[in-house]
Design a protein around this ligand. Sequence first.
Ligand SMILES: [Zn+2]
Length: 232
Amino acid sequence: MQNTISNGPSDGGGGGQIQRSSSLAGDVYEAIFSQLMSLKIAPGSRITVDSLVKEFGVSHTPIREALGRLEGEGLVLKAHLIGYSAAPQISRQRFDELYELRLLLEPNAAGKAAASMDEAKLSILREAAGVMGRRDSTDERIRYSTFARQDAVFHDKIMAFAGNELIRQTLTFQHTHFHIFRLMFHARVTEEALDEHEAIIDAFAKADATAARKAMRDHIEHSRDRLRPAFD
Ligand SMILES: [Zn+2]
């Protein structure tokens, strides 16, 4: 199943706001995505097509296209006669449910992925983790939204290598990473996660299933503990 999280940035690129996609619609999508992830567009707030048209200096068509795509990802809602709004923040209960689901599925998947690890898969995961670590965008918001997307890619690749498509799709369908990263816009969310991803990669490099399960469990628990203050 192809989905949008597979369309990660092709390379680091420069610091410009619009840098990743070759199509105008894609550029506009990335720009709005970044504003949603970094909370520049606040959860629950109205999104008017006209104001985005003015802000980006483009026509209505790419804006509507981008909003439609974001609607499919659960980040934007469209109400009849009212128009678009940013999806509200997930509730504390949904947050706990998402992490419980991840803890049930992802450590086990990491163990399975480790057991069938090879050099080709390892380099794909290293690449995904490496893209996250790059600090070449001068715009903090772009960097944050890039990290959110790459984190989704990194975890999705591990699910793919674990080999159960049903479990992989179940997690993809929740758009977990987009909702989680939108809780808080903070450098700590990304800095610490990078070290934890390193630990996961180290376990994969040794094809150590036990260590991979533990590293994934630690990472998800720490991620949960980092973001919980968003509800205080
Ligand atoms: Zn992660």
